[in-house]
Design a protein around this ligand. Structure first.
Ligand code: SF4
Length: 328
């Protein structure tokens, strides 16, 4: 599988079958907290990065492999900004025709100022855009967008989308200590939310390796401030727990690379995901992974995270992918 991964446990969508429409890491933002590392270079080009028929063929195969109870949502998400794929509207409509599972799009929302994209996303059951700032200066600091996506354009896109969109609009606010968790900053975000009128606001915290080494989640005071200022529809979303599905791949190495490319994993999580293999198989697979040069270990928050080798994490202290396997 090249374009479809999981199901993976999602904080908001249960067991989510991921569809990745773009190469690592194709994005028009360069968020300081991005778990995929820095965006190098920023791009705002919408095009068919991969043939849409090939993506759909994999979705069809994955849906046929998993019994109905194993998937809660089919989600467009992955190696960057999924709406940069020019065929996303066609893909959403095709997936809806293939399955009765609800379809979600996790997006930064930066391209919602385009009327064509607003129409494309209308077929999704839920759209989950980001909003980490209520004004241009903070937006540039946190999200470091492509210059074409000015704050005014971005915010107006969200507002315009809401007026036509009948599905669930769940806005995600990622909080970074000392950056957007202060009184003033949170009030700015709350004001923008009043204009957008989402169905829910999910307060999220960086728990996976952030692009910038100084990024930290807010302390308790910051969290309390956020929940009180962002209002009744805001809820704190805790990290998901659940099983990562690593089946459907020819080798353990392919399975691990498929997940960590979109979703860097703590070492303990990775070991848990590999628990159905014997310690010897895991050991051999991780040695093969190391030899393949397709993975790196990034140290953040005192934990070791496995990530794809194409991700850029400046200042990561530990890049040697070595593991001790329980039972060996
Ligand atoms: S968090 Fe999302 S929008 Fe931000 S840089 Fe990463 S992929 Fe792009």
């Amino acid at each position: 599988m090249r374009y479809v991964f999981g199901p993976v446990p999602s904080r908001r969508l249960g067991q989510s079958l991921g569809i990745d429409t773009i190469p690592l890491k194709t994005c028009n933002w360069n968020c300081v907290y991005c778990q995929l590392g820095r965006t190098i270079p920023l791009t705002n080009n919408r095009r068919a990065y991969f043939p849409r028929q090939d993506i759909l063929a994999e979705v069809r195969q994955a849906l046929a492999t998993h019994p109905p109870g194993e998937i809660d949502w089919v989600t467009f998400v992955g190696s960057g900004e999924p709406t940069l794929h020019s065929g996303i509207g066609w893909l959403i409509r095709q997936v809806k025709a293939l399955s009765d599972k609800p379809v979600a799009v996790i997006t930064n929302g930066g391209l919602l100022h385009l009327p064509g994209l607003r129409k494309d996303l209308a077929a999704a059951d839920a759209v989950l855009p980001s909003l980490d700032a209520g004004e241009a200066g903070l937006y540039r600091k946190v999200n470091r967008p492509h210059p074409e996506i000015t704050f005014d354009r971005f915010l107006q896109g969200l507002i315009d989308f809401r007026t036509v969109y009948r599905g669930k609009l769940w806005v995600e606010v990622m909080l970074v200590r000392g950056l957007n968790d202060g009184m003033l900053e949170l009030r700015g975000i709350a004001k923008a939310l009043v204009r957008i009128k989402p169905d829910a606001v999910h307060i999220n915290l960086p728990t996976r390796p952030p692009a910038e080494v100084w990024v930290q989640p807010p302390d308790n005071e910051g969290l309390m401030r956020a929940t009180s200022i962002l209002g009744d529809i805001a809820e704190l979303v805790h990290p998901a727990e659940g099983a990562f599905d690593l089946s459907g791949y020819e080798s353990i190495v392919d399975a691990v690379v498929a997940i960590i490319t979109r979703h860097p994993m703590r070492q303990e999580e990775l070991m848990q995901a590999l628990a159905r293999w014997t310690p010897r198989q895991v050991d051999e697979a991780l040695k093969a992974l190391e030899a393949s040069g397709r993975a790196q270990v990034v140290e953040r928050y005192g934990s070791r995270f496995w990530s794809a080798v194409g991700s850029h994490y400046p200042g990561a202290r530990d890049r040697s992918p070595t593991l001790s396997v329980p039972g060996e």
